[in-house]
Design a protein around this ligand. Sequence first.
Ligand SMILES: [Zn+2]
Length: 80
Amino acid sequence: MIQEMAYVVFEDLMTTNLIVHPGDVSLKIHREDCGRYKARKPDATTVKWSDLFGTLAEAEEFARATGKTWAKAKCCLRRS
Ligand SMILES: [Zn+2]
């Protein structure tokens, strides 16, 4: 069986209500195997991780629906 990759939406609550710097966004989509997701702190109050999404499209739809700025995270989805 092929293990499907899941995706998670990270929200930086500190940038949500502030002026966002050029190129910076409130929400970033990460893969579930991303080191940042694995190292997340459950009791963090300045950041928020969504539930896991089965496809990247679902994660993007969730991010889009918030009306906030979002992007694919450089660390795990925009390697070049
Ligand atoms: Zn990542």
